[in-house]
Design a binder for this molecule. Structure first.
Ligand code: LMR
Length: 397
């Protein structure tokens, strides 16, 4: 049966992380997979997570299945975290379905859209996270892309994006990364978001937000603002959210799909269809991560500590951007690397060639995506100058 199957090349992101792990050089630097790292290169278990997890293990007396839509307390608290002050007003027309991570949520949303509109198209930014296409087309959607990024200027190309949205047929789904765009780090500002949402509303497109980095850009409210603004203006929106990065719960696969519909009746149908789709893929979500998040967000002391630690992580990402830009300019006087400091979140696209990326890896043990995406969290005060010195000659401009 399997004799015709070919071995596939490694995943563009996970494969680099595996190669890094196998590298024995003491000089190795991992700028590949998007996980937060502290100064010593460790991805920590957040303090509030440690406490909540201990309390959860003490208190739990069963491992019985969660309900199909997930843990009720998790669903309520994560909905409030994303929607902020508007959450209560929206709740009656929102379905919130716990999912196995942001990937599980994205896929579940695609399955749901496909059930509602079998010929649905989805438009994504070019470039986007390499798993967006497989997740959404795997769910049955026809995927297309619109221009988003000027690689030489390291900037958003808003007009081509608006033109593509203007040209899209009503009902087209538009995948929008709420903040900390993966892989460019380039986000629309609020005025640009208004322009995007104006076209989405006037063309009757369906916004599908991916929010995987809430709190790691500017802050929890600022990073979720585009989702909240869309929910205020547009009757139907979808949101796939992840707790991997902002709670550091990567391997617990914790996320949710939120669907805001025009009225409570439609939302009931949406939830039942999403649950049926989940049942045919993984039955129901894993519980542990969601129960940890619920404990944190329903305990004011834990929540305050989590917010404080998250803010420190976001500040570190911003300061690493400053450090890298300064170190590049120091090693290449006159070169303007300030775009790094205007971008947000973990990622930036350096815009260097695949050959240069390979050379950095083979000769200098510096690992990044072949598209030259870097995760700035892999930098620290000890390696940033060396990385800047080796990368700077390859940068265009
Ligand atoms: C990334 O973009 O590196 C992360 O979201 C991890 C992943 O699953 O690709």
């Amino acid at each position: 049966m399997f004799e015709k199957l070919e071995t596939l090349p490694p995943d563009p992101i996970l494969g680099v992380a595996v190669a890094f792990r196998e590298d024995r050089s003491p000089d190795k630097v991992d700028l590949s997979i998007g996980v937060y790292k502290d100064r010593s290169g460790v991805t920590p278990v957040m303090r509030a997570v440690q406490k909540a997890e201990r309390a959860l293990i003490e208190a739990q007396d069963t491992k019985v299945y969660l309900p199909p839509s997930g843990a009720p307390g998790f669903r309520e608290s994560i909905f409030s975290l994303v929607m902020g002050d508007g959450a209560a007003g929206l709740r009656s027309r929102a379905a919130v379905i716990q999912a196995p991570g942001g990937c599980g949520a994205l896929r579940l949303g695609a399955e749901l859209i496909h059930r509602a509109a079998p010929a649905a198209r989805v438009l994504m930014s070019d470039p986007t996270w390499p798993n967006h296409g497989p997740l959404l087309s795997g769910g049955g959607l026809q995927a297309g892309q619109h221009r988003y990024f000027d690689a030489l200027a390291h900037r958003l190309t808003l007009q081509p994006m608006l033109d593509a949205l203007e040209a899209a047929a009503p009902g087209t789904v538009v995948l929008l990364q709420a903040s900390c765009h993966n892989p460019t780090g380039v986000e629309p500002d609020q005025a640009q978001w208004h322009q995007i949402l104006d076209v989405v509303a006037s063309r009757r497109l369906v916004p599908y937000f991916d929010i995987a980095y809430q709190g790691l850009g500017d802050d929890l409210d600022f990073d979720a603002w585009p989702v909240r603004e869309a929910a205020r203006r547009i009757p139907e929106i979808l949101v796939a959210l992840s707790c991997s990065k902002n709670f550091g719960l990567y391997r617990e696969r914790t996320g949710a799909l939120v669907v805001i519909g025009e009225d409570a009746g439609r939302v009931k149908a949406v939830e039942s269809q999403a649950n049926r789709a989940a049942r045919s893929m993984y039955s129901m979500p894993p519980g542990h991560g969601g129960l940890i998040v619920e404990r944190i967000l329903t305990d004011p002391t834990l929540e305050a500590d989590w917010r404080a630690e998250l803010a420190t992580m976001a500040a570190r990402l911003r300061s690493l951007r400053e450090l890298l830009a300064a170190a590049i300019t120091a090693s290449r006087p006159g070169f303007d690397a300030s775009w790094l400091t205007r971008q947000r979140g973990m990622f930036s696209l350096l815009g260097i060639s695949a050959d240069a990326v390979r050379q950095l890896r083979e000769a200098h043990h510096i690992y990044m995506g072949l598209d030259s995406r870097i995760n700035v969290a892999g930098l620290n005060e000890d390696n940033v100058e060396r990385v800047a010195r080796l990368v700077a000659p390859h940068l265009a401009g």
